[in-house]
Design a protein around this ligand. Structure first.
Ligand SMILES: O=C(O)CCC(=O)C(=O)O
Length: 246
């Protein structure tokens, strides 16, 4: 259903299952303004049920057994990040002294990355409708109570027409959403376990980051190895190369 809210704002109201398509800047739910986001973003609160989240966590457990979590480091300085990460897919995103890049193998084991689980490929098809599958599923693990991620753009991909799909599992995160400029205004919202957020269209290159994780706000990770410390996992599905180049 589409509703006009104010003359210059177009508000598209969806459903929890279909997602809230934001063509303007306001998201409404039950006739109340609940969120203000950029055009091209789609927010799917609790896209996955608890059982579906557990199934994805079991997939992640298998992926991490084959492609262990590693500590990313800042380009040039080699400063360690506060999170650990790994990948699934034909390409994995890594960050070390040499810089940010995609590569087909794990930086420590040298092995190819495991395949992206079917549930994540199905999610990509469902929420993007993009003509080719994602090549990378970046897995970020926020285990440490102070783990966070600074404001940044996802811009190491050449297929910028493809959205980035972000999945939250475990503890609630305080997510910061900016705009196209690093110094522009930002706002924060909370991402909960099972939520899916899509950056597409005009918002594909918007700055975003994680201010902090509300440690202990969810018990979901604690039962699954190797996530006994609890915390939060974020998955981002990315198309790296334009499909025609392959
Ligand atoms: O953890 C998150 O929700 C954000 C992750 C992110 O921005 C990234 O991996 O580029």
């Amino acid at each position: 259903m589409r509703a006009a809210f104010q003359p210059r704002l177009q508000v598209y109201i969806g459903s929890k299952r279909q997602g809230y398509k934001v063509e303007g800047v306001i998201i409404m739910h039950d006739n109340k303004v609940t969120d203000v986001l950029g055009a091209g973003t789609h927010y799917y609160p609790e896209y996955w049920s608890g059982d579906a989240q557990d199934a994805v966590l079991a997939d992640l457990s298998r992926i991490i057994a084959a492609a262990p979590l590693f500590v990313p480091r800042m380009p040039r300085t080699g400063q360690p990040w506060s999170i650990t990460m790994t990948n699934a897919g034909a390409l994995g995103w890594v960050s070390d002294r040499e810089g940010y890049r995609y590569q087909p193998h794990h930086p420590e084991t040298g092995a190819a990355w495991p395949q992206i689980p079917d549930a994540l490929l199905a999610l990509w098809d469902d929420v993007t409708g993009y003509r080719a599958p994602p090549e990378c599923c970046l897995i970020n693990y926020y285990a440490a109570p102070k783990a966070k991620m600074g404001l940044h753009q996802d811009r190491d991909e050449t297929a910028l027409d493809a959205p980035v799909v972000s999945v939250s599992l475990g503890d609630t995160a305080v997510f910061r959403m900016g705009g196209p400029q690093r110094r522009g205004s930002t706002r924060s919202m909370r991402l909960h376990s099972g939520d899916v957020f899509v950056f597409g269209g005009p918002s594909r290159l918007y700055f975003h980051g994680i201010d902090r994780v509300l440690h202990g706000s969810s018990q979901r990770l604690g039962t699954v190895a190797p996530f006994h410390e609890g915390g939060r996992i974020n998955l981002t599905l990315r198309r790296v190369n334009p499909p025609d180049n392959r």
